[in-house]
Design a protein around this ligand. Structure first.
Ligand SMILES: Nc1ncnc2c1ncn2[C@@H]1O[C@H](COP(=O)(O)OP(=O)(O)O)[C@@H](O)[C@H]1O
Ligand SMILES: [Mg+2]
Length: 143
């Protein structure tokens, strides 16, 4: 018994180590895939800035005011500030992760600033997909 254990224990140990190595390789593959991901280029020119109202006009400030505004430079050099209110609006949105497999069809929803909304639906209905869109992890197909 003792002798046979001495023989089989190292074999068991090797297979355990192998298990760990294979898991590490799989994890490493995913890490390198992420590192090789092509960087997205930000072509946007609208930025979010601190703002405040002075004599009823929205102006940009350096200090934190708790009020935010979208700063929109126009071609004629004019600057437009639009207050960030935090309302969310999707209008007739279509979206699919893959080109020819649409997931969301003609979705419209509206959320007032500060409003709490629950997404309720069966698994695979598209709840996570909608939250992915709100965070701009993906861009919509059509609206
Ligand atoms: N990353 C993805 N790539 C391709 N299809 C996806 C992906 N994530 C989800 N899907 C598909 O989108 C549909 C909606 O999924 P999902 O938004 O996760 O639903 P829910 O969160 O409501 O369960 C499902 O058919 C699912 O297979
Ligand atoms: Mg989900």
């Amino acid at each position: 018994m003792q002798l046979s254990k001495t023989f089989t224990r190292p074999i068991g140990q090797i297979s355990q180590q192998l298990n760990t190595i294979v898991r590490a390789l799989a994890g490493g593959k995913r890490i390198f895939e992420l590192m090789d991901e092509e960087q997205e280029i930000d072509n946007g020119y609208v930025t979010l800035v601190n703002a405040k109202y002075e004599n009823g006009v929205l102006i940009e400030t350096k200090e934190k005011t708790g009020t935010w505004a979208w700063k929109h430079p126009h071609h004629d050099g004019r600057l437009e500030y639009v207050e960030l209110k935090g309302n969310i609006e999707l209008t007739n949105v279509d979206f699919g992760y893959e080109e020819n497999k649409m997931i969301l069809h003609d979705i419209s929803l509206y959320a007032k600033p500060g409003q709490k909304i629950a997404f309720v639906g069966a698994t695979g209905a598209g709840k996570t997909t909608i939250t992915n869109l709100l965070n701009r992890f993906y861009d919509i197909e059509d609206r």
